[in-house]
Design a binder for this molecule. Sequence first.
Ligand code: NAP
Ligand code: MG
Length: 485
Amino acid sequence: MARGIEGRAFIGGKLTDSASGDVLTSYSPIDGRPLAEVASCGVADVNIAVDSARAAFQDRRWAGLDPSERKRVLLTFAEKIEHHCEELALLETLDMGKPITDSLHCDVRATARTFRWYAEAIDKVYDEIAPAPTSALALITREPLGVVAAVVPWNFPMIMAAWKIAPALAAGNSVILKPAEQSSLTAIRLAVLAAEAGIPAGVFNVVPGYGTVAGKALGLHMDVDGVFFTGSTEVGKHFLEYSGRSNMKKVGLECGGKSAHIILSDCSVLDEAARAAAEAIFFNQGEMCTAGSRLVIDRRIKDQVVGMILAHADTMQPMDPLDPACRLGAMVDETHTERVMGYIDAGRREGGLVIKGGGRANPVDGGCYIEPTIFDNVNNSMRIAREEIFGPVLSIITIDSVEEAVRIANDSPYGLAAAVWSDNVNTIHTVSRSLRAGVVYANCYDADDITVPFGGYRQSGIGRDKSLHAFDKYTEMKTTWLQIR
Ligand code: NAP
Ligand code: MG
């Protein structure tokens, strides 16, 4: 077994084994080999982490600093992330299988940028004075929630964590992060770097372990003020229940999606649309909440566009994720690989026609790989059109009108993202206003920046990550009346 990759929890400013001594083994999906033993935290560890976060919040060792001082520390943290970019990228790729080039240029950079952006915001966001009656001064101020838990998935382990931790820390909270069991290594490393940057002990804790144990303990804890979750819709609903069963803690949810990628016949850049359609489903092995997993395409242009998508798929065959040329890496683990293969079987059984891929691949022995897979002849009632597959599997649904495209796009329990390609600005406006989705892309897909809110309608979640709106999640709003004498 590889030795030396840190797998201990980070609680109260120190690396620590779990109280029970229990560990879970992290395997690399690249070749199936064990990577590290990771602390498997239980209720006792969560209790210690919450106590330590509460103590840090109570004595205001972080929340009480001047905004310019919190900003300085978080900027130092962002610099450290950049300084350790190769190490963090390698850990991420080894642990969850994404292409090393993406880890380096997308994940680590976006993580550093997220911390930098919220650090810069701290001393630029003002509170409010209400236009109340002149006999009084009514102040509307934002205060940190207190002890904030973040429970995150494995598909973008660092970025998903940063979207929550950066605004939470910037606002002055103490944070406890529960990474996914498949991808704890970068979370632990980030906590160590944060401490080196000057984040005080107890302010940023990491409790790796199982969701049903450590995640649930955070959700049910009576002294956690808010829990912010990214993951599946099914588990997201558990957090609402945990909150109701415990202290009515604030809950934020970023959950699944089944996003429609609509290409209309008046689109003049079909080559661009085809490239975007392939990237939208095959980037990150399709392990993307915003994956454009339903291609909703006008019959008149379908054959031409699908031909181009097939050609793009050829250039995205699974490779060793450590090869800088890799564009489609390993699936996160064997269980998830089998789950995705189960959907491919279901699609075949329900009458979908596989026109590309459909099988496992083996670029590295012992690893978890699936070919880019495309189904034609899909109707929107099939499981592969309704359920989130979270793999490189595209379902093509053919339409004959704009109205039909919108109806099908909206016929989903989810509402995370959607896209429309058209040359007509009126059509774009009409369609984008009709789409029940938190993010709409017009003539592009997966445009992204920390400056814009991100999250979903319907069962894709509650609340928004990113942008200054994220502060709404991590703060309480207080009204203070000052009577003028
Ligand atoms: P998941 O199974 O829902 O797990 C997410 C997190 O919740 C993990 O840390 C997990 O721990 C924990 N968890 C699992 N069961 C729990 C329980 N009963 N109580 C408390 N915590 C529990 O999701 P995933 O498989 O890691 O990630 C894929 C999902 O994430 C997809 O549905 C995807 O759409 C969604 N996602 C959404 C967004 C977004 O922003 N909307 C972004 C990325 C991903 P374990 O690791 O131990 O299971
Ligand atoms: Mg792993």
